[in-house]
Design a protein around this ligand. Structure first.
Ligand code: SF4
Ligand code: SF4
Ligand code: SF4
Length: 302
């Protein structure tokens, strides 16, 4: 078993694996440290500054996603100082964001929306900026709308991690964007349409292309399932709306492992309602395959 350390987070004694960062360690004690760029199972990048916490003995707040637990550490995740910084960060992000949660497909599971709610921010106090970047929507699977992007970098890291690395940042500061090589659309940029970036994106910048007005997130029933497209049998989560599959995501994170699925597993479910789907047994009669009843089939098998 891995070494463990004992530390105190928000007054709670926590025993955590020695290689854990503070976000994961706090989670084991039921304490959520706000974050937008961290992805469980990948190295923290400290990009969004939302996970700043105060550690006794240190002058400046530290990013919890890049700070490892230490024996005897005293961590405070909700001090006035860090809450103020977090509010400021969300306020800044919202000044560059469309704010159309009323019709946004991501509403209900959007992490930015959640934090804006938590910090009680209706509208940014900064001057609003609108970029009007072109939307990449010429493929049947993924819609990429950079105007919603909050530059967290999760998609870039997850695309690298699962071995494709077709996404990266272009430009600097608030005008930067996530692009493919030579800023080509996804289908010309080497994308395999695994959709891992869709799972990772905390907002509406990357989304399944066919989701517009196909039900709200809170209307979906979710089922843990297994993909049957190949022998790997990857874990999936199937979201169902009005008895139809609305989307398939990779199985939920468990501990440190991230789940990845491929394009077949994520998008290959249109056969369910296809006109060509074989719904009953077929019997060759006079040289032609004809549908027969299940009873007839059972009788034939004896
Ligand atoms: S991405 Fe999130 S915050 Fe932005 S409009 Fe959609 S729900 Fe609202
Ligand atoms: S769908 Fe997969 S390969 Fe394509 S950009 Fe997203 S993570 Fe990368
Ligand atoms: S597209 Fe989504 S995941 Fe990628 S940087 Fe923007 S907000 Fe983050």
């Amino acid at each position: 078993m891995a070494d463990t350390v004992k530390l105190t987070i928000d007054g709670k004694e926590v025993r955590a694996r020695a290689d854990m960062n503070l976000i994961d360690a706090a989670e084991t004690a039921g304490i959520h440290i706000p974050n937008l760029c961290y992805l469980k199972g990948l190295k923290g990048s400290g990009a969004c500054r939302l996970c700043l916490v105060e550690i006794e003995g240190l002058k400046s707040p530290m990013t919890a996603c890049t700070t490892r637990v230490k024996e005897g550490m005293f961590v405070n995740t909700r001090t006035e100082k860090v809450q103020e910084i977090r509010k400021y960060v969300i306020d800044l992000i919202l000044s560059m964001h469309p704010l159309d949660c009323m019709t946004c497909t991501k509403a209900g599971v959007c992490e930015l929306q959640k934090y804006a709610y938590d910090f009680g921010i209706k509208e940014s106090t900064f001057t609003r900026k609108k970029f009007g970047f072109p939307v990449d929507n010429k493929n049947p699977f993924i819609n990429r709308d950079p105007d919603y992007c909050i530059l967290c970098g999760r998609c870039v890291r997850v695309c690298k991690e699962q071995g494709t690395a077709v996404l990266d940042f272009h430009g600097r500061g608030v005008g930067s964007r996530v692009v493919t090589a030579e800023d080509k659309p996804l289908q010309e940029g080497g994308c395999t349409f695994c959709g891992s970036c869709v799972d990772a994106c905390p907002v509406n910048a990357l989304l399944e292309a066919d989701r517009w007005r196909k039900g709200r997130e809170w209307e979906y029933e979710r089922y843990n399932s297994v993909c049957l497209s190949c022998g790997n049998a990857c874990d999936t989560v199937v979201s169902v709306h009005d008895k139809d599959v609305a989307k398939v995501n990779a199985g939920a994170d468990d501990g440190r492992a991230r789940h990845y699925i491929c394009a077949y597993g994520r998008f290959g479910f249109d056969f369910i309602n296809a006109d060509t789907r074989v719904m009953s047994p077929l019997k060759r009669i006079d040289g032609e395959l004809k549908p027969i009843s299940w009873d007839e089939e059972a009788n034939q098998l004896g």
